[in-house]
Ligand binder design. Structure first.
Ligand code: HEM
Length: 143
């Protein structure tokens, strides 16, 4: 019951997170090239909400590590491709992606101009998006 709710939330938010990350990447690229003096407040809200949604994904994911039937830290779990993916590779790489988003947003705040700020977001968010797209268990999502 609780597992179903959390698992559905975690896989449902995946679409929202990917969409918001993709929007952030596109808009930050456009803004980076325009290099305006003033920053766009709604856009930085989008960047911030994207980070916060990924934090929620992180919390849900950590709960899933404890309650998911797909995760077993038995001896030899490293030798089983599916167990290694859900119990180690997916969580670890997603954690790295979320850290990249947090670092990118933090770094953008230390920059002076809109162009420089958006450049930080573009670089870090696009790498994070790539990592996430590579580490989503698509077979589970699309089946
Ligand atoms: C460090 C952060 C994360 C941890 C610890 C984590 C952990 C997990 C775990 C343990 C599962 C297996 C759950 C199950 O299906 O029984 C899972 C599945 C999944 N995760 Fe994550 N995850 C994290 C981040 C993310 C992110 C950022 C996304 C996408 C934006 C994502 C998307 C998914 C999807 C789509 C599934 C498949 C769910 C299903 O079976 O329908 N995860 N995650």
């Amino acid at each position: 019951m609780m597992y179903n709710i959390i698992q559905n939330a975690h896989s449902g938010f995946m679409w929202l997170a990917v969409a918001m990350l993709a929007l952030s990447v596109v808009f930050s690229l456009l803004k980076m090239m325009k290099n305006e003096k003033t920053i766009s407040v709604p856009l930085f809200k989008l960047y911030n909400y994207t980070k916060q949604l990924l934090y929620i994904q992180f919390v849900l994911g950590v709960i899933l590590l404890f309650i998911s039937p797909l995760v077993h830290y038995t001896s030899g779990f490293m030798k089983n491709e599916a167990l290694r993916f859900q119990g180690l590779e997916h969580p670890l790489m997603m954690l790295i992606a979320i850290a990249l988003v947090a670092i990118g947003l933090f770094k953008s705040k230390t920059k002076a101009t809109s162009g420089q700020k958006n450049k930080m977001v573009f670089i870090f968010y696009s790498i994070a998006l790539l990592v996430i797209l590579l580490m989503v268990p698509w077979t589970a999502v699309l089946s």
